[in-house]
Design a protein around this ligand. Structure first.
Ligand code: ADE
Length: 225
């Protein structure tokens, strides 16, 4: 998989890409992630990528030319399955969407900023608009980082135990059951006996039951769906 991220603030995403599972997946050659500074595609002598909006409202709008130039330089090299724009008015990002996106070969993620981007970009260049939740971020960089993390960990081999990506919360529309590690007792707080029993079938049943109990208590909407 290859992900190209277009942004005016590459520094905001860099740290996320260079740690933990995202870094390991890149080191293993499972994913290539490239950050492109949109200012590199500006022809303005001050490397500006925004301008005043037509119609005179307050705030700045990202211009079409640098973004079109950046996208064209990438699409000239290879086919992209999706050209994604991060925006609070996009389709809500969730686990099923991450699963689908994890099957893609090449994706571009355009991070929104300022008051928005020239609407013609959304009309003519973008194939999918994604929101990570009903709140407004300063820019799309954190949304892009969240999406990359969620998608890359689904690539086979990205996390040590492939089984654990499948048993994540939400993967089967259930929250994850509680997990524990040593010591088996701490300050009198005990790990449930069943987990120490060595009886694998009973442990699996208990975990499933706990997942149901937690989902019913905390996220009944997942069961309704
Ligand atoms: N940009 C600003 N807010 C956002 C959100 N909630 N999701 C994705 N991109 C955004």
């Amino acid at each position: 998989m290859r992900i190209d991220i277009l942004t005016v603030l590459p520094e905001l995403i860099e740290g996320t890409l260079n740690h933990s599972i995202l870094k390991r997946a890149q080191d293993k050659g499972l994913v290539e992630i490239y950050l492109h500074n949109l200012r590199d595609y500006s022809t303005d002598k001050h490397r500006r990528v925004d301008d005043y909006p037509f119609g005179g409202e307050a705030g700045m709008v990202m211009q079409i030319e640098p973004i079109d130039r950046a996208i064209c330089s990438l699409t000239a090299e290879r086919h992209y399955d999706e050209i994604i724009y991060t925006s609070p008015d996009g389709e809500k990002f969730d686990q099923p969407m991450a699963n689908t996106l994890s099957l893609n070969e090449n994706m571009i993620i355009l991070c929104g900023h300022y008051k928005g981007i020239d609407f013609r970009i959304r009309e003519h260049l973008i194939t999918k608009e994604i929101s990570i939740g009903d709140y407004v971020l300063t820019g799309g960089e954190l949304a892009a980082a969240v999406m990359c993390d969620t998608i890359v960990r689904l690539i086979p081999g990205a996390i040590g135990d492939e089984q654990s990506a499948l048993s994540d919360s939400f993967q089967d529309r259930l929250l994850a059951p509680p997990v524990y590690t040593r010591p088996a007792e701490y300050k009198g707080w005990k790990v449930p006996d069943i987990l120490l029993s060595g009886h694998q079938r009973k442990i699996s049943e208990w975990q499933h039951e706990q997942a149901l109990i937690r989902t019913r208590a905390l996220r009944p909407d997942l069961l309704d769906e």
